[in-house]
Design a protein around this ligand. Structure first.
Ligand SMILES: Cc1cc2nc3c(=O)[nH]c(=O)nc-3n(C[C@H](O)[C@H](O)[C@H](O)COP(=O)(O)OP(=O)(O)OC[C@H]3O[C@@H](n4cnc5c(N)ncnc54)[C@H](O)[C@@H]3O)c2cc1C
Length: 468
């Protein structure tokens, strides 16, 4: 088993920032990412065959990404970087199992930073499994990295700022957005205005998106959700309805959109599989996306050798991920004796200050877009909830009549979370549905225990691992 001083899992904004600080302090860094290029979700790089002719047209995010990527490139010679490399399990004695080019290997880390990001929150509704229904992140990935449109006439539904960013990106590659359907409701404009003070770059982004959407005359429909997607073998129409404060559709307000594509984005869920598998303590925070790892000030988890930064610790955006990553890198450098406590704290100070400022803004925006109970009342008996094992809502209803009040008990009864997605597609929705029906706090249901391998790997990888 190879021994490494600092292992960083995930080369998004948080992981890259952690690596920059740690390398500059003298730490020997090994880093891996399952993608072939560093950048994570937001700073995803273009593959060979594409080149950027007009950087300005790609907006602030692109510029911010280029700045961070070039800073990372300046330290990369001092990083052992493993691209296209999946970390599929954490075991006792600081062992990480990885898979790269079909080969399984194990690392033993002295310190570990987990910065594995987040994924789209799946929300089941009738018709959500029809071809043509995308997650907003999936649609964005096509548009951003391949300049490929997910369809010809695209309806964006959901809540939160990603809808605006995606509309702008679709317009830039010449796509047609039929409308933006936003469920979130601003209930306290004064609070939003106060929290926005100082967040100039985020406000500038939002203003630019609204200007582009207005110029393209895209209908922006507030306080509405999608209640059904219909079509024969492909989305042909989306049914939208006005909702009350709890996002319950108001009868008689339905509207039909003739579209071939629906991109659904109700926020994100932190990728906590590795922090959970490592045995770190977690708690439930709906505003930050659900189950999140407990951390102390400098990104330390409850385990002395494990640190966590960025969206995997609660969805908060790239600016927060960068600052958290930098603090984690410095904290590890201090823990390994490369920096004195005073030196580390002095370097961390500006990042801590910025984090405190952005927290207030983030909490207000998150409260507006937080999914409300009505969203989880949409499935019908035949609506597929677990896509891997094809379990419809009707079967889940049967369990609801029984005593099962723990996610792992429900997993044992139904087999949810045992397919290739390991619960990423159905776990949060089932938790919300069961909690609502049984009138219990989602936190009291616990979480689906992740088991290695956290993503599908060849059997030979498992066999190699048992022989290591
Ligand atoms: C789908 C999606 C779309 C988004 N779009 C926008 C947007 O348009 N605008 C915006 O401002 N913000 C957007 N965000 C939010 C923004 O991307 C994040 O806040 C920011 O990227 C967080 O940085 P991070 O480093 O924490 O995680 P990420 O950028 O998500 O990076 C995590 C990295 O970890 C890697 N990884 C995960 N698990 C493993 C594993 N087991 N083994 C190896 N590697 C692993 C992933 O490949 C990824 O590269 C989006 C988020 C998501 C999830």
């Amino acid at each position: 088993m190879k021994k490494v001083e600092l292992l960083i899992i995930g080369a998004g904004p948080a992981g890259m920032s952690a690596a920059i600080e740690a390398v500059q302090a003298g730490v020997k860094v090994t880093m891996l990412d399952e993608n072939s290029l560093a950048g994570g979700q937001i700073f995803r790089q273009f593959h060979d065959g594409f080149h950027v002719t007009d950087p300005k047209a790609l907006g602030h995010d692109y510029k911010r990404g280029q700045t961070l990527l070039s800073e990372f490139a300046s330290v990369r010679n001092n990083v052992e970087y493993l691209d296209a490399c999946l970390s599929w399990g954490i075991f006792e004695n600081n062992e990480i199992a990885i898979l790269r080019d079909g080969d399984s290997q194990s690392f033993c880390f002295q310190k570990l930073i987990i910065s594995t990001g987040a994924y789209d929150r799946p929300v089941p509704f009738p018709g959500w499994t029809l071809p043509g229904v995308f997650t907003a992140g999936g649609a964005q990935r096509l548009v951003k990295t391949q300049q490929v449109l997910p369809g010809e006439n695209i309806l964006l539904v959901g809540s939160g700022p990603l809808q605006l960013a995606l509309a702008s990106q679709i317009l830039k590659v010449g796509g047609k957005v039929a409308g933006i359907v936003e469920a979130g409701r601003v209930e306290n404009w004064g609070k939003l205005a106060r929290a926005s003070w100082g967040q100039w770059s985020l406000l500038a982004d939002a203003a630019r998106y609204f200007w582009e959407i207005g110029k393209a005359r895209i209908p922006f429909l507030r306080n509405r959700i999608i209640v059904e997607a219909r079509g024969s073998g492909q989305v042909e129409e989306a049914i939208i309805a006005e909702v009350d404060r709890n996002w319950r559709p108001k009868p008689g307000t339905e509207q039909v959109f003739k579209v071939d594509t629906v991109a659904v984005g109700y926020g994100f869920i932190p990728s906590t599989e590795l922090t959970q598998m490592a045995g770190c303590q977690h708690h439930y925070d709906p505003l930050l996306g659900g189950w999140i790892v407990d951390r102390r000030e400098n990104m330390n988890t409850s385990l002395p050798d494990v640190f966590a930064a960025g969206d995997c610790t609660g969805v908060a955006g790239s600016l927060v991920a960068i600052d958290e990553g930098r603090i984690a890198g410095l904290a590890v450098a201090q823990a390994l004796g490369y920096l004195t406590k005073t030196d580390a704290h002095q370097r961390m100070l500006p990042y801590h200050k910025r984090l405190a400022r952005s927290k207030r803004f983030r909490e207000v925006v998150d409260t507006i877009s937080l999914p409300r109970s009505g969203l989880y009342e949409l499935p019908r008996n035949d609506t597929m909830i677990c896509r891997c094992r094809e379990i419809p809502f009707g079967e889940i209803q049967e369990v609801l009549q029984e005593e099962a009040e723990d996610m792992n008990e429900i997993k044992r009864r139904l087999g949810i979370g045992m397919g290739p997605c390991q619960g990423r597609m159905c776990g949060s929705a089932i938790q919300a549905i069961v909690a609502q029906k049984k009138k219990i706090e989602p936190a009291n249901l616990g979480f689906l225990n992740p088991r290695p391998p956290l993503k599908p790997v060849h059997l030979s990888a498992l066999a190699d691992h048992t022989q290591l």
